[in-house]
Design a protein around this ligand. Structure first.
Ligand SMILES: Nc1ncnc2c1ncn2[C@@H]1O[C@H](COP(=O)(O)OP(=O)(O)OP(=O)(O)O)[C@@H](O)[C@H]1O
Ligand SMILES: [Mg+2]
Length: 441
C-alpha cells in the first residue's frame, strides 16, 4: 500500500484504532473484525462513525461475521470484500471509500453563511441581498420591521442584526406578543411594582427594561392588543417607561426590532393596528424571501441540516438521491426553512438506505412528473435495471452483478444507496449469496 502512495497506520487493538482515527484528516480505513472481541465493539463503532474516514470491511473467505459485525458493516462501511483479493482491487476500493468520505466531510453550507454569523445560510441573490441589508441596518439605531412567511428566519435575522450591531454585548430580549395572554402583555413589557395588583407580591422588571442598552425583539407584533400598542408608542416617543403601580419614569435605551407573518397593512386598514406605531417601528424594512424562491439554497440548507443531525441516525447517511433533491426543489415549502428542517430530521429517522429519498422526506417523487433531469433518468434506469436483473437471476448477487457488468461490491453499494434492501442477511460467498426473494426489490 505504501508503494501506491498511501500513508499507512496499522492498529492492532480497538484503542489503537481509536487513537489513529481520532487524529486523521480525510482517510480510508480497512477493518478486519477477526481478532476483535465483543467488548471492542463500542470503541470500533466510534471509529467507524468518524465522518472523515471511509471504511471498507474485509474478511477472510469462509469466516462468518457475527450479528453485531454485520450491523456495523451495514451501517458504517462503504464496501465489504472477502479475501483473497488482488491488491490493486483493495487499493481501488479504498480510493473510492476515501473519495466518498471526502464528499461526506465537505460541508457546502460552510461556504454559504452570512459572514460573522455562522447560523444563517444563503447563497442566492435574495439571501445575499438580505445579508447586505443586515450589515447596513445593524449599524443604525432605527426601528427595523421584518416581514416574512412563517419559518423563513425572521427571528434569526433579528438576532443577526443584534449580533452585528454596536449593542451586541448588551442583551437581546425577545417577546412573542401572540403567545402571551393579552391581559399580561403590559406587565410583561413594562414590569410592575410590588402590590400593583392582586398577586404582585414582588417587583418584576419588564422585558423593555431588561433589554436596556441592547435590542428588544417584538415577535408577532400584529397580535399586540390596542391598549399595549398605545403604551408602546408612548415609550417609543419618550424613551421612558413606568412600571405598573409606579409613577417613576425610568429612561431606557433600546433598539426595537419587530416582526410579523400577518399582513400589517390590512390590519391597519381594519383599525386593528395603529398606523402611527407602525411608522415608528418600521423605519427600515426587511423582507425575508420564502424558501421556494431561494433556488439552490434549498439543497445547501438540506445538506446543512443533514450534517447537523446525522449523528442522531443509527445509519451512516451520506446524502440525498437526485430525485430527493428534485422533489425538494419542486415542493412549495409553505412552512419554509422550519419545514425543511423537520422533513430532513424525519427522513434521517425513517431512512432505509444511505441516501435520503423523496419517500423518506415524505415528498412527492418527481419521477411522476413530466419533466425529468438527466440525473433522475439515470437514477430511475439504474434502479429498474438492478430490480429486473435481481429478479431474473433469482436474487443471486454474483450472477446479477455479472449480468449488469459491475462488481458485486458495486452492486451492494448501489442497492444500499437506493435503500433496496437490508444488507444484514447478505454474504459475499458465491454459494450462499442468494438473497431471499424480496417483493420490495
Ligand atoms: N437562512 C437560514 N439558515 C439556516 N437556518 C435557518 C435559516 N433561516 C431559518 N433557519 C432555521 O429555521 C427555523 C425557523 O427560523 P425562525 O424561527 O427564525 O423563523 P421565523 O420566521 O421567526 O418563524 P415564525 O414565523 O414561525 O416565527 C429555525 O430553526 C432557524 O434556525
Ligand atoms: Mg419567529
Amino acid at each position: 500500500m505504501r508503494l501506491a502512495g498511501w500513508e499507512v497506520t496499522v492498529a492492532k487493538t480497538a484503542a489503537g484504532a481509536q487513537a489513529a482515527t481520532g487524529k486523521t484528516g480525510v482517510a480510508a480505513g480497512l477493518i478486519d473484525f477477526d481478532g476483535f472481541a465483543p467488548r471492542d465493539y463500542a470503541a470500533l463503532k466510534e471509529c467507524l462513525s468518524q465522518p472523515a474516514v471511509g471504511w471498507v470491511a474485509v474478511s477472510a473467505e469462509g469466516r462468518t461475521a457475527s450479528r453485531v459485525e454485520r450491523e456495523l458493516i451495514r451501517n458504517y462501511c462503504f464496501d465489504y470484500i472477502t479475501l483473497p483479493l488482488q491488491y490493486e482491487w483493495i487499493s481501488q476500493v479504498l480510493g473510492h471509500a476515501r473519495g466518498m468520505a471526502e464528499l461526506d466531510y465537505f460541508d457546502p453550507a460552510a461556504e454559504a453563511t452570512c459572514p460573522g454569523n455562522h447560523e444563517m445560510i444563503g447563497t442566492c441573490d435574495a439571501m445575499q441581498q438580505l445579508f447586505g441589508t443586515i450589515r447596513k441596518v445593524a449599524n443604525t439605531n432605527a426601528g427595523v420591521f421584518i416581514s416574512g412567511e412563517s419559518g423563513t428566519g425572521k427571528e434569526l435575522t433579528a438576532r443577526a442584526i443584534h449580533e452585528r450591531s454596536p449593542r451586541r454585548k448588551a442583551p437581546f430580549i425577545a417577546i412573542n406578543c401572540g403567545a402571551i395572554p393579552q391581559h399580561l402583555l403590559q406587565s410583561e413589557l413594562f414590569g410592575y411594582e410590588r402590590g400593583a395588583f392582586t398577586g404582585a407580591d414582588q417587583r418584576k422588571i419588564g422585558r423593555i427594561e431588561s433589554a436596556n442598552g441592547g435590542t428588544l425583539f417584538l415577535d408577532e407584533i400584529g397580535d399586540m392588543p390596542l391598549e399595549a400598542q398605545a403604551s408602546l408608542l408612548r415609550f417609543l416617543q419618550e424613551g421612558k417607561i413606568e412600571r405598573l403601580g409606579s409613577h417613576e419614569s425610568i429612561p431606557v435605551d433600546i433598539r426595537v426590532i419587530s416582526a410579523t407573518h400577518v399582513d400589517l397593512e390590512a390590519a391597519m386598514l381594519d383599525g386593528r393596528f395603529r398606523a402611527d406605531l407602525f411608522h415608528r417601528l418600521c423605519v427600515l424594512r426587511v423582507d425575508e424571501p420564502p424558501l421556494r424562491a431561494r433556488g439552490k439554497d434549498i439543497e445547501i440548507l438540506a445538506h446543512h441540516v443533514l450534517q447537523k443531525y446525522k449523528s442522531e441516525s443509527t445509519r451512516k447517511i451520506r446524502g440525498f438521491t437526485p430525485s430527493a433533491i428534485a422533489a425538494m426543489c419542486n415542493h412549495p415549502w409553505p412552512g419554509n426553512v422550519r419545514e425543511l428542517n423537520n422533513r430532513v430530521r424525519r427522513a434521517l429517522v425513517m431512512a432505509e438506505g444511505r441516501l435520503l429519498t423523496p419517500h423518506d422526506l415524505d415528498l412527492e417523487s418527481p419521477a411522476d412528473k413530466e419533466t425529468m433531469t438527466l440525473d433522475l433518468v439515470r437514477e430511475e434506469a439504474e434502479r429498474s435495471a438492478i430490480e429486473t436483473a435481481l429478479r431474473r437471476h433469482d436474487y443471486r448477487m454474483g450472477e446479477t452483478a455479472a449480468a449488469l457488468g459491475i462488481s458485486r461490491v458495486t452492486l451492494y453499494r448501489l442497492m444500499v444507496a437506493y435503500g433496496m434492501r437490508n444488507v444484514k442477511d447478505m454474504t459475499v460467498d458465491d454459494t450462499e449469496d442468494r438473497l431471499d426473494g424480496d417483493p420490495s426489490v
